[in-house]
Write a protein that binds this ligand. Structure first.
Ligand code: MG
Length: 322
């Protein structure tokens, strides 16, 4: 199949978003963010066998590739405009492309983010790179650096599911607890189908003093916020929100708490919020601690005061955590 045919058949949709002024058919796309908005850009690259198992369902690959990028927009408080896709394919497998394309379109429609351009090449292994464009009111983006002593530290959703799901997917040599089929399916789904917290990010744009998404592990990502904001933090390990599946795993294997706190791929938001801000239940936030300047910058202590050991997380260059 010729490249033009492939693009036309699988990746040529009319944009739904009024801010997409031009997409497809010309040399470049045009975005027209509303007046007073800044454009926010994030990009992420995924390689089969490295960032996801080769056996991952094509629609799940598409979902995750877009979701992880949108999670970065959510973390900045931005609303999606559109995205580009660069796809390196080892072969032209039409059934794979059909499933990938419909998964991508479903995700794009769901989050209101149009495919506005891209490129396809032949590559030794499946490689995808997505760049997303979003908009945020000028000067209001949530950054990592604005947190203040006394701020509440809160997370969306539940933490650690994807890291436990990855252990299941890899069939890691560590003993795995005896989980029900539905718990296993739930954790694997959380690994494959992260949910970008776009509405929470936008609701707290201009309210949260700092924030980021948890992609490398809760402790490591909290460390990034602390370094950027020049603070330390105290967290209550018992307050960290866990799914029932993760709770059952930890009951059977308490040592897995290291994976819950240090494993990546949650794509939940970690936010610093003003001390007295009442939390709307619709945000789905759980307060896990407070920011302070009691310890050295970057130090994370438990409720009892004990510093937590080094902030381990996924590192792309060592491949086994920094
Ligand atoms: Mg991020």
């Amino acid at each position: 199949m010729q490249e033009f045919d492939l693009i036309h058949r699988y990746f040529d949709w009319a944009p739904a978003n009024p801010e997409v002024a031009l997409a497809g058919g010309d040399d470049a796309a045009i975005l027209a963010p509303p007046p007073g908005q800044h454009v926010v850009i994030a990009t992420d690259m995924l390689i089969a066998g490295r960032h996801f198992p080769e056996s991952t369902a094509p629609d799940a690959i598409a979902h995750k590739a877009l979701a992880v990028n949108l999670s970065d927009l959510a973390a900045m408080g931005a609303a999606p405009l559109g995205f580009t896709l660069s796809l390196g394919l080892p072969e032209t497998n039409e059934s794979w492309l059909q499933r990938f394309s419909s998964g991508l379109r479903a995700a794009a429609d769901r989050w209101g983010c149009d495919l506005v351009g891209g490129d396809t090449v032949r590559a030794p292994q499946l490689t995808l790179s997505i760049t997303v464009f979003g908009s945020v009111p000028a000067g209001k983006a949530i950054r990592r650096s604005g947190a203040r002593p006394g701020d509440q530290l809160a997370v969306t959703g539940t933490i650690g599911d994807a890291a436990l799901g990855l252990m299941l997917a890899l069939g890691t040599e560590h003993a795995l607890p005896d989980l029900s089929r539905s718990d296993r399916d739930y954790l694997l789904d959380r690994l494959d189908r992260p949910e970008p917290r776009l509405s929470v990010g936008q609701a707290l744009c201009g309210v949260a003093t700092a924030g980021l998404d948890v992609s490398d592990g809760l402790l490591q990502d909290l460390g990034h916020m602390l370094s950027a904001s020049g603070l330390s933090a105290r967290i209550d390990l018992d307050a960290i929100p866990l799914s029932l599946a993760a709770r059952r795993w930890l009951d059977a294997q308490p040592a897995a708490i290291d994976r819950v706190l240090g494993g990546g791929d949650d794509y939940e938001l970690l936010l610093a919020l003003p001390p007295e801000l009442p939390l709307d239940p619709a945000w789905g936030l759980t307060v896990i601690g407070r920011l302070d300047n009691v310890g050295p910058v970057g130090e994370i202590r438990e409720r009892g005061g004990r510093p937590l050991p080094g902030q381990r997380g996924y590192d792309h260059f060592t491949e086994e955590g920094a």
